[in-house]
Design a protein around this ligand. Structure first.
Ligand SMILES: NC(=O)c1ccc[n+]([C@@H]2O[C@H](COP(=O)([O-])OP(=O)(O)OC[C@H]3O[C@@H](n4cnc5c(N)ncnc54)[C@H](O)[C@@H]3O)[C@@H](O)[C@H]2O)c1
Length: 348
């Protein structure tokens, strides 16, 4: 219920198309009291009937008092409530950090519960305000997602942006890769994206019903391997191609709820732990397996992959953020897969 009541409330409280953050607050005693009966099947109407016009604080029986926080933050994501999955490290962490710097309230969600809490603390330290929380989630598990998004709503009141970033890679030839590895990659990258949207979209949908005309974003961090095949990496590429099918399908269906759905397809992110981790990273794996002929160092492996890119460098989070803000600001596009590959993948 909470996951629908608070988003509906912030929609009702929208001013000039902007939905406020909702903050749990102490009872002052003079705020309006609203009671939503158990099993109520039209929460929005019940709220509208009981909410005095322009009220900024309210007590909801059984849930406590909530206040609209409209204190402005500055930046390209000012005042937005965002959730980023897979945010304990890598792209997800840096995306969350940038969103917070640009004025968003951000839930960093990750299966690494310990890691994501300290990642959120780092974001708060970097942006100088309590902008972020860390939330434990397994995106391959619907019940875990439901719990995680309930926590996001309880903390911030709703959701304007989901960055579905959690992803895993198990490279391997179709001739030898194990069924276990195929299932693992598919569960996180494909089903995990599906379930994340299933959990996030109803929150956005009720906000839209309460604030007609408002638009929200789901952005999947896909890969260049979602646009073109990846040698001896079929499980990963297949899961990412599938993700684009989901993006296109969800975009068609969810626009009626004011939700734009797009994917961003980055090239290789050499500075992130997926490549650079000294023990488990891809530089180490490719060096040890002799995948790059003649390579003797991490730099040799890196140069080999950079030489495939017209712009001769890897992808950085700042490159991805330009696409994130473009998609958020663009009011007339949905269902797209935006390459950020330095020209390595070119669309027809
Ligand atoms: N690194 C690259 O070169 C690259 C290039 C293109 C696209 N991508 C994509 O970007 C995304 C992030 O990649 P990265 O390099 O930052 O990876 P990473 O391995 O550094 O981080 C991934 C994060 O996802 C989390 N995670 C894994 N399984 C999860 C689950 N079931 N539920 C919740 N969280 C889970 C991990 O704990 C980790 O914190 C992925 O979707 C990846 O496919 C990466």
């Amino acid at each position: 219920m909470l996951s629908q009541i608070l988003p509906a409330l912030r929609g009702i409280m929208a001013e000039n198309g902007t939905l406020p953050r909702l903050v749990k607050t102490d009872l002052a005693g003079d705020e309006p009291i609203i009671a939503i009966p158990d099993g109520c099947n039209d929460i929005l109407t019940a709220l509208r009937q009981q909410m005095p016009a322009r009220a900024r604080r309210v007590t909801i029986t059984g849930l406590g008092a909530y206040a609209a926080d409209t204190a402005p933050t500055a930046g390209r994501a000012a005042g937005k409530i965002a959730a980023v999955t897979g945010a304990a490290q890598g792209f997800g962490f840096e995306i969350a950090e940038d969103l917070a710097r640009q004025g968003a309230w951000v839930a960093l969600a990750d299966i690494n519960a310990e890691g994501v809490r300290s990642a959120a603390a780092k974001v708060n330290a970097a942006c100088g305000r309590e902008a972020a929380i860390g939330v434990a989630v397994n995106v391959a598990d619907a019940a875990s997602l439901k719990q995680a998004f309930a926590q996001v709503v309880e903390t911030f009141g709703g959701l304007d942006l989901l960055v579905a970033n959690a992803g895993v890679l198990r490279a391997g030839s179709v001739k030898t890769i194990s069924e276990k590895d195929i299932d693992f990659v598919t569960a996180v990258n494909y089903k995990g994206y599906f379930l994340s949207v299933q959990a996030a979209a109803p929150i956005m949908a009720i906000q839209r019903r309460a604030a007609p005309g408002a638009l929200f974003d789901i952005i999947q961090i896909n890969s260049k391997s979602g646009l073109t095949g990846s040698n001896k990496n079929g499980a990963y590429a297949g899961s990412k191609f599938g993700g684009i099918g989901l993006t296109q399908s969800f975009a068609m269906e969810l626009i009626e709820d004011g939700i734009k759905v797009n994917s961003i397809c980055p090239g290789n992110f050499y500075d992130g732990p997926l490549w650079s981790d000294p023990e488990k990273g891809l530089f180490r794996q490719y060096l040890d397996s002799g995948k790059v002929p003649g390579a003797k160092t991490f730099d040799d492996v890196k140069r080999f992959y950079e030489s495939k890119v017209p712009m001769r460098r890897g992808c950085a989070t700042q490159d991805v953020m330009k696409a994130v803000y473009y998609l958020m600001e663009q009011q007339y596009e949905t269902g797209q897969a935006v390459p950020v590959t330095g020209g390595q993948v070119m669309l027809a």
